[in-house]
Design a protein around this ligand. Sequence first.
Ligand code: ADP
Ligand code: CIR
Length: 358
Amino acid sequence: INTNLSQASTMDGFPRFSDSCKSLLKKHLSPDVYLACAGRVTPNGFTFDAAIQSGVDNQDSGVGLYAGDEESYTVFAPLFDKVIEDYHNGYKPWDTHVSDMDSSKLQGNPDPEGDFVLSTRIRVGRNIRGLGLSPGVSRAQRREVERIVVDALAKMDADLKGKYFSLSNMSEEDRKQLVADHFLFKKGDRFLQSAGANRDWPESRGIFHNDEKTFLVWVNEEDQMRIISMQKGSDAKQIFDRLSRGIDAIEQQVKAAGYEFAHNDHLGYIHSCPTNCGTGMRASVHVKLPNVGKHPNFKQWCEKLRLQPRGIHGEHSESEGGVYDISNKERLGKSEVQLVQTMIDGVKTLIAAEKALA
Ligand code: ADP
Ligand code: CIR
């Protein structure tokens, strides 16, 4: 397999973008970048066409590209580097990423009276080195991931102890309820569908959770693992602490099984979507902002606070009853502690604005 830059590329396959398309893929896929990448393929056989298919099919993508394996980030670096720099606030190809999971450093509560924040959730993604990322994983590798992760989760104890529910055995009613209650991923996401990440659905997918549904792990969705800590209210410190213990406990078991998390000093934890590299962390609140949310400057304010607004059922959904999902936008180049603090401080500012506008 030739992963060499010198392999001849032509513009014959250059994608068409609509005038209204605002994706980072369209913005950064110049003819030069295309010619540098189009003839390349990763050592695992993941092609450049596969990496950009989601953004070509879905012209309303915000980003529009996915990695099929850890090597995609280097083999297709002319495109991935530019998108990463743009999304993660100027992060450069020579920058290094540092992790910090010390929850005792977190300051303050965004809503101590409990009038605005309904619930808080912090998630990270993790993938296992050598087993493909969802757009490029083979069926056998996906089965191996489920086996490793389910074995690891069976060893959780105390408040992290729980049960694994395979999607293949789950009733449609139970599945829908878990999605509606904000615990489980959606089915048939068209962005992941085009990326090839939904092959063999629902095989090898599932969810683990403790009795209280405050510690959850999604298996083989967009990433091999999404590790989640959530609860009602706004005690980010407690949620972060539970998450941190959960990640450590899983990592220990993954190592005992002879594997390791895919990670490097530049990209932090490797994820299938370039928006998630680094910490893979999205710390969010569901918060009542009926006045701020409909203000014409809402999106600009969020951008300035380095926050991302989403709707009530997550990405690509709408707000209902003035409740928004507000989280940190960046995940790379800042530590986990810094990102959760960004969310806490920014949400405090938005709540102050909501009070002023009410
Ligand atoms: P991800 O967070 O993994 O990027 P989504 O944006 O699709 O993915 O969100 C996944 C689910 O988590 C959705 O059902 C969403 O409503 C829910 N969720 C996100 N933040 C919160 C929160 N603070 N409280 C309760 N549910 C939340
Ligand atoms: C898009 O470009 O809009 C989708 N591919 C999602 C991008 C970021 N979200 C994510 O990783 N969950």
